[in-house]
Design a protein around this ligand. Sequence first.
Ligand SMILES: C[S@@+](CC[C@H](N)C(=O)[O-])C[C@H]1O[C@@H](n2cnc3c(N)ncnc32)[C@H](O)[C@@H]1O
Length: 555
Amino acid sequence: MENRMLYFGDNLEILRQRIPDESFDLIYLDPPFNSNRNYNVLFKEGLQDSPAQIKAFDDSWHWTKESKRAFDYLVTKTNENISNLMLALEKIIGHNDLLAYLAMMTIRLIELHRVLKKTGSLYLHCDPTASHYLKIVLDTIFDKQNFRNEIIWKRTSNPKGSQFDSRKFGQVTDTILFYSKTENYFIDVDGTRRKLTEEEMTDKYPKKDDKGSYLEYPILRSASKGERPNLVYEYKGFTPPKWGWVVRKEKLIEIDKRGDLGWRKNGSPFRKYRPHEDRGEPIDNLWDDILRIQSNSSEALGYPTQKPEALLERILKASSKDGDWVLDPFCGCGTTVAAAEKLNRNWVGIDITALAINLIKHRLHDHFGLGKKEINVDGFPADLNGANELFKKDPFEFEYWALDLINAMPSRSKTKENRRGADKGIDGVITFHKDKVNGNTEYGQAIVQVKGGGVQRNQIAVLKSDVEREGADSGIFVTLEKPTKPMKSEAVDAGTFTTPITGKREFPKIQILTVEELLKGVKPDLPHGLVNNYYKEAKATEREPSKKTQAWLMF
Ligand SMILES: C[S@@+](CC[C@H](N)C(=O)[O-])C[C@H]1O[C@@H](n2cnc3c(N)ncnc32)[C@H](O)[C@@H]1O
């Protein structure tokens, strides 16, 4: 297995077909779960949409033929405990979205247990909607003895307004279930200690002497620790009770010489504990010091379920070490992957959407300068056949993949949440430098349409009018099929455009590019200085893109 590996596809298939047993030291998973849905809705009975209609994974927790297949597999092909558990769950909760979710999760957790090393750990991120059921599933697969913690992550202090209306307390926490594969697992809790803020340090070390701030700390053993005659000795006229000093005499002299021994008015000694000796606060299972990503946070990439890197760094520091292997089978916009890269771990990420995989590539390039050579991507079409297959399997995924071939940013109307929303005919956008006025850059825009199926002349005419309507400079038509002669002619008739920066150089107003050409490395004919703000839909000409987003272009 290559390190720095991204797989595009369903993690169940990838785990089963590509990942050998005992490959990973740490697995973190944050599977989608639409917990905004009413808890009771999850218990709605009955077979719902056909799997073929389901594209977005977050919609797929319905009791479908696919979940029934997973359920039957679990009942008939796994060990007795899992089989009995599934039958019991079926009895208790019936055939509904929740059972579908649990069946889909159980079948994956079995594989995740298989690919975990004996010294490895798994962290399952979920919320109270189903955490109690998932714990039973994990107890069964991992063995209840290997349950280590239920970590409560307080992600916000401000529950949404609607939650106040619902006659219950505001929901502000997520649950992270931590299991190890065996008793002999790696853990470095000490390495996760939290550094105190300046304010906390001032509170904790309130006293001052010539050497600086300090905290009074015991230098005498307490009675509860019992007698220690060898630690009972006289020093500077003081002899402790029979429990003794904390240290031997030589060490005490050293401490005193350093200026770290103090005497109270009543003559009793204490140790001066200094800020530089502070190892930070030990971490317990209530994590309330890491805030969720706010839309204006510098880390925000616009991915709806993005988790903070600090959260993943804590998990990685506790349960893996330099050079270890980390897997995130639901990797989203790549928070685990980014934290793993930062902490020098080997990593593998899996996601079922091209959007997520593309975003991770940009994120890693942006933050760590990693390019195509360093990041291995598996599952994207490598040739025209592959592109055709992807289009047949999932036109949306095909579109995201094709947009990335020309470094276009998917248009907001095309994001997953809006899939059923109005499609203004714009699949993606490319932004480029157009002019420099009084030292300020102005930006031009090319709008992109991607077509997988049959193409015809009037689609070019429509693109032309979309370009006009949006006030864009150019339109790019990406097609899987070869364009017809009338289409090419319509594109030529649209003429050209120039920009103040590029002078007389003319660029086609409308251009048609085939997927085959793009796979061979052909790029759209556009002015230099392209800007790719992948998610934060920069309104061209209004906002100066950040240096980091500009760097994506070189990817
Ligand atoms: C909750 S998000 C993960 C967010 C991630 N922790 C982050 O910080 O960006 C869940 C992700 O799982 C992906 N996903 C859903 N079903 C999947 C499957 N069967 N195989 C692989 N990825 C899947 C979704 O596309 C989504 O990106």
